[in-house]
Design a protein around this ligand. Sequence first.
Ligand SMILES: CC(C)(COP(=O)(O)OP(=O)(O)OC[C@H]1O[C@@H](n2cnc3c(N)ncnc32)[C@H](O)[C@@H]1OP(=O)(O)O)[C@@H](O)C(=O)NCCC(=O)NCCS
Length: 186
Amino acid sequence: MKTQIKLPEQAVPEAYFDVRYEILRKPLGSPKGSERLGGDDEAIHCWVEDEGKVVAVGRAHLIPENADGSAFDQKAKSACPPFEPLCAGYKPMQDDSGLEIPSVGLRPAVQVRAMGTLDEYQGQGIASKVLDALEKESVTVWSAKTGWLQARVEAIPFYEANAWCCFGSEYEVPNVGPHVSMWKKF
Ligand SMILES: CC(C)(COP(=O)(O)OP(=O)(O)OC[C@H]1O[C@@H](n2cnc3c(N)ncnc32)[C@H](O)[C@@H]1OP(=O)(O)O)[C@@H](O)C(=O)NCCC(=O)NCCS
């Protein structure tokens, strides 16, 4: 198994997007092309190859200084709400571990999106390698202090196993399903 990293503006192989489609979009009935996300060109991408075959993928992007992480995904017809601690006027709240999420020192902040491992490769620690590489590269490239993501509820145990923590209430992402926001201090 080989872990590959591509920095912003570097080319990512088609096979990377094929895996993203297969795992994250096809099961929702979304058309081909819906796996392309806004900001892919500016993101850090990581994937794991098994003898040249892409088997797991994920990406991280820098959340702009004046943004709160909310997004509308035209192709998937799906909207993501903001991360409350990144919103103007945020009053410190506790995450699910009881830790206070402060109102300062959170940025530079990155968002992790589109993590997926091919079915037959799941449960072998492969996505953990992808996530770890994305976190480390985000610190190196952007000096990221925190990470944020919107987890499908069934993926929460995976992120928790990698020291991410839930906060706030569960919400529905249209056309995808129930999600919970998670964060991690790097
Ligand atoms: C979530 C996902 C990316 C995890 O990929 P993976 O390669 O199987 O993850 P790993 O093997 O690195 O998991 C590491 C740890 O997470 C935990 N974990 C992973 N999936 C889990 C699950 N479904 N339930 C409980 N724990 C889980 C395990 O504790 C595992 O540790 P272990 O090795 O001690 O068992 C994969 O299940 C997937 O592609 N799911 C479908 C797409 C998806 O939901 N993506 C996330 C969108 S937010």
